[in-house]
Design a protein around this ligand. Structure first.
Ligand SMILES: Cc1cc2nc3c(=O)[nH]c(=O)nc-3n(C[C@H](O)[C@H](O)[C@H](O)COP(=O)(O)O)c2cc1C
Length: 192
C-alpha cells in the first residue's frame, strides 16, 4: 500500500500539525511496515500557484500522480487566518483537476478519487468546535468540502485546538490528539 504524507505548516519543529501528522504516519507504519511512503513538505518546497499554462499540463504533475497513486493520504493542516495555509491551498489546486479527480456530468460534479482514506491532522490556536468562533472555522469545513468534491466523503480528522490559549490547554489538546493518532489503524481506514 502507498501512503502520501503532506505537511504544510510554516512553523518548523514547533509545528503542532507536523507533530500530529508524523504521529499518524508512525502509527500506520508500525501497523504495516511495508507501507511505501512519499513525503511532500509544502513549506520547504512550496508549489507555484496554478496558472492557465499549468492547468493545461496538470494531468502530468508529480503532485497529481502521487495523490492518485496513494491508498492513504495524511495531511498536516494548520489553521492560518481562519483557513488553511496558502501552501496547502496551492497543493489542493494542483490535485483538484477536471478529468482526473473530478468530472462534471448531467447531475453535476462527480468525484473520481474515492477509495482512498484521508487523515487530516489539523491544529488551530483558538476554539472553533463550539462557541462564538465556530462560524469563523473555514479550514476543516473547507477541507471536508473539497475532499468530498473529489470523492473522499469520509476523511478522518484529528484536531488539536486551543493551542494558543495557554500551556496547559496546549498540552492537553496535543495529548488528546496524539492519543487519537496512536489509535489509527490502516485496515479500518480503507473504504474501497
Ligand atoms: C500565520 C498564522 C495565522 C494564524 N491564524 C490563526 C487563526 O486564524 N485562528 C487560530 O485559531 N489560530 C491561528 N494561528 C495559530 C495556529 O493555528 C496555531 O499556531 C497552530 O498550531 C498552527 O499549526 P502549526 O503549529 O502546525 O503551524 C495562526 C498562526 C499563524 C502562524
Amino acid at each position: 500500500m502507498k501512503l502520501l504524507h503532506v505537511d504544510s505548516s510554516i512553523q518548523g519543529d514547533a509545528s503542532a500539525s507536523r507533530a500530529l501528522s508524523a504521529a499518524v504516519v508512525a502509527q500506520l507504519l508500525a501497523t504495516d511496515p511495508s507501507l511505501e511512503i512519499t513525503y511532500r513538505d509544502l513549506a520547504a518546497a512550496p508549489l507555484p500557484h496554478v496558472d492557465l499554462e499549468g492547468l493545461a499540463t496538470a494531468t502530468a504533475t508529480p503532485m497529481l500522480r502521487e495523490f492518485l497513486d496513494a491508498d492513504i493520504v495524511v495531511i498536516g493542516a494548520p489553521m492560518y487566518n481562519f483557513s488553511i495555509s496558502s501552501q496547502l491551498k496551492a497543493w489542493i489546486d494542483h490535485i483538484v483537476v477536471a478529468g482526473q479527480t473530478f468530472r462534471y456530468g448531467p447531475e453535476g460534479a462527480v468525484g473520481l478519487a474515492g477509495g482512498k482514506h484521508v487523515i487530516v491532522a489539523h491544529s488551530r490556536g483558538g476554539i472553533y468546535s463550539q462557541g462564538p468562533a465556530a462560524e469563523a472555522e473555514h479550514a476543516e469545513r473547507y477541507l471536508r468540502a473539497i475532499l468530498s468534491f473529489i470523492g473522499i466523503s469520509d476523511p478522518e480528522f484529528i484536531v488539536a485546538e486551543g493551542l494558543a490559549l495557554g500551556l496547559e490547554q496546549r498540552e492537553a489538546a496535543m495529548a488528546a490528539a496524539l492519543a487519537k493518532a496512536a489509535k489509527v489503524e490502516p485496515a479500518s481506514l480503507i473504504t474501497v
